[in-house]
Design a protein around this ligand. Structure first.
Ligand code: IVH
Length: 665
């Protein structure tokens, strides 16, 4: 056997072992034997680069090459499902379908997997592309990352699959992997993932596919699309896809009556807790594709399907103590410290209490038995108190009157629910929080610096505000604990590079209350320099588009502080950009002032992001979805059919790339 033949043989064998292990759950060889074969393949592939194959099993180990994802237009838009929490609405859905079809039909009941959706394209039996949902019209090309997911076939089995088709499904992080990952992150003091869904989507967007490979993602596929599918039944098509090597849920059932549908829902509402992956509901789909076509789509979702969502799980546990966290703006958040309790797959020890009014509304006492529920955030929330369980009543929870970090008296601004510590000069979490915001990616984007390093520099007395960063030298930090020469140099380099960050981001980085990314852009465009902004009056400020009195007052307050003005002076001395780039300003116009523009399709002259920038440069506003207020759609090739239809219905003009470029010329 030649080495080339051996490569082919190994590839085939390893594909089979992957499938046995990850799809069938029935490995034939040990992990060591598998690794040995993989190493042999990798060695041979290295020797024969001319025999490279994009879909070799070795691609599953990923690489550390950084990639910026390219945007790909979906051939069929990725729509979402109509959601309901109510059984009555399930009945309504069923009755509507019955009435529209006026013939017998079957409903396919499936688990609603709670991960991140993916669209896979196969051509001639090979995976050619994997794209995220994105905005439904176009998503990120994450093929390299998806190739590391072992339950997704790179090369299909058997015969009978269409020459070209798409299959969609959900990428998931199993509970066990999720818990393990969060444990590791906790040990490394990295931020935790709130749930397996966020962990899966965060992982899929990582730049380094070797890390993706280590995260052990899984995938279930549930939707086939293409012109030449084998059967008319959705269920039957998935059964075929299973034979081609896809992981298809074996919990799916076809139901003939509404009662069967409800039995399925009722059973899985309880049993889903024993599944290895997260689910958040049941998806009901009319099984026949012909009937699906008859029922059609609304602008957002198919009329032939609905998702019944399970109620969020709750747990009952004891409230031991309430502690308070101070954020960078000085807002004080109450946190409930609880007896550890298992909830939706993780152990919960802390829960958010939001603000003083919520505490008052719950009539909360220390020692109370409280109901906790998980929302989308990392910290679950308290949703109720079991007052019948009060044997002895503890102290009523009273919101603190003074800052737990610096002792200053707290204040409550009119119309706001939160209490604030106003001591922004000497309250440590506020100082550190402001610096963390300043260095963050969307602000000054200083590489190598993170919350722990900021904390370390602050503890060591090296920095007291953001301007101090620019005085740091490698020699100041090189001998700090956990700091090597390389990291120290990287930090100083990152700080140096941040001097090139444009004015609008510097403005955002200052962390002025209510001045987020978009407001910062508007303000920078209107005032062009920090000096002009600092001298602006209330009147000047509120004349800027979208700047109301609240934002204007906050900007005035910021510049009224001598400490802030002094810090800005030190940023100026350091060389940070406090003026908008001349070039940048000179090509700004108001040719598109007052216009709301939707971008759709694929373009030849500029990228989508460039068009977005052009719209903003010329005073227009880029909006996400078409409405009667949309001025026009900037349309490239292959604009999604649902968008076209909507535009037509609402009479919104469609402008081609060339026409648009002429408009702003
Ligand atoms: S079918 C046109 N089936 O739920 C309908 N979706 O809001 C295509 N999902 O984005 C989706 N499990 O990410 C379908 N068995 C299932 C599903 C499922 C989870 C997700 C999917 C989709 C969202 C719908």
């Amino acid at each position: 056997m030649t080495e080339i033949e051996r490569i082919d043989q190994l590839r085939e064998e390893l594909h089979r072992h992957n499938y046995n292990y990850y799809v069938l759950n029935a490995p034939e060889i040990t992990d060591q034997e598998f690794d040995k074969l993989m190493r042999e393949l990798q060695d041979l592939e290295e020797k024969h680069p001319e025999h490279r194959d994009e879909n070799s099993p070795s691609m599953r180990v990923g690489s550390d090459i950084n990639k910026n994802f390219t945007q790909v237009l979906h051939k069929y838009p990725m729509l979402s499902l109509a959601n309901t929490y109510s059984e009555a609405e399930v009945t309504e859905f069923y009755d509507r379908v019955k009435k529209s079809l006026n013939e017998d039909f079957e409903i396919c009941c499936e688990m609603k997997y709670d991960g991140t959706s993916i669209s896979l394209t196969y051509e001639n039996g090979k995976l050619v592309r994997a794209v995220t949902r994105g905005d439904g019209v176009q998503g990120d090309d994450v093929t390299d990352n998806v190739k590391t997911i072992r339950s997704i076939p790179l090369v299909l089995h058997g015969k009978g699959y269409p020459e070209s088709f798409e299959i969609r499904g959900e990428i998931l992080m199993p509970w066990m992997v999720f818990e393990e990952l969060n444990k590791e992150r906790e040990a490394r003091e990295e931020p935790l993932f709130a749930n397996p869904r966020n962990a899966a989507s965060g992982t899929l967007k990582l730049q380094n596919s070797a890390i993706v490979a280590s995260r052990k993602l899984d995938a279930y596929l549930y939707y086939l699309l293409g012109d030449h599918l084998p059967c008319d039944g959705h269920y039957e098509n998935l059964k075929e896809a299973e034979k081609w090597g896809f992981k298809i849920s074996d919990l799916t059932r076809k139901c003939k009556t509404l009662q069967e549908v409800f039995d399925f829902i009722k059973y899985w509402d309880v049993e889903r807790k024993n599944l290895p992956v997260a689910t958040d509901g049941i998806v009901l789909k009319v099984n026949s594709l012909r009937q699906q076509r008859n029922l059609g789509f609304t602008a957002k979702s198919p009329r032939w399907a609905i998702a019944y969502k399970f109620q969020a799980e709750q747990a009952l546990t004891r409230l031991n103590k309430v502690t308070y966290q101070v954020g960078r703006t000085g807002a004080v958040t109450p946190v409930a410290n609880l007896d550890p309790v298992q909830l939706s797959g993780t152990v919960v020890k802390r829960a958010s209490l939001h603000n003083a009014d919520i505490i008052e509304g719950l009539d909360l006492h220390i020692g109370d038995m409280v109901y906790v529920e998980k929302g989308g955030e990392i910290i679950p929330k308290i949703v109720g108190v079991d007052k019948d369980a009060r044997i002895m009543i503890g102290d009523k929870v009273k919101f603190v009157t003074h800052c737990p970090e610096c002792g200053s008296k707290l204040v409550r601004y009119e119309g706001e629910a939160a209490y604030y510590c106003t001591n922004d000069v000497a309250c440590p979490p506020q100082i550190k929080g402001k610096i963390e915001h300043f260095i963050s990616r969307k602000a000054m984007n200083i590489d190598g610096l993170g919350p722990e390093t900021v904390d370390q520099f602050y503890q060591e007395g090296l920095i007291h505000d953001v301007a101090d960063l620019y005085l740091l030298k490698t020699s100041d930090i090189i001998n700090l604990e956990r700091m090597g020469e390389k990291s120290a140099e990287n930090i100083i380099k990152g700080i140096e590079q941040s001097k090139e960050v444009p004015f609008e981001r510097v403005l955002f980085a200052l962390g002025i209350r209510f001045v987020g990314e978009t407001v910062a852009k508007k303000v920078a465009k209107a005032f062009k320099s920090m000096d002009d902004l600092a001298e602006a009056s209330l009147d000047d400020l509120i004349h800027v588009d979208e700047i109301g009195e609240k934002i204007a007052q906050s900007i005035l307050l910021y510049f009224a502080s001598p400490k802030n003005r002094d810090m800005i002076e030190r940023l100026r001395v350091a060389g940070v950009r406090l003026e908008a780039d001349e070039e940048d300003i000179s090509d700004h116009t108001d040719k598109l002032a007052g216009k709301s523009i939707v971008i759709s399709g694929v373009f030849t002259h500029h990228s989508r992001d460039e068009y977005k920038e052009l719209i903003e440069k010329h005073g227009g506003k880029n909006v996400g979805s078409i409405s009667s207020k949309t001025s026009f759609i900037l349309a490239g090739d292959n604009m999604g059919p649902s968008k076209l239809e909507k535009a037509r219905k609402l009479g919104v003009a469609i402008v081609s790339e060339e026409e648009f470029l002429q408009m702003i010329e």
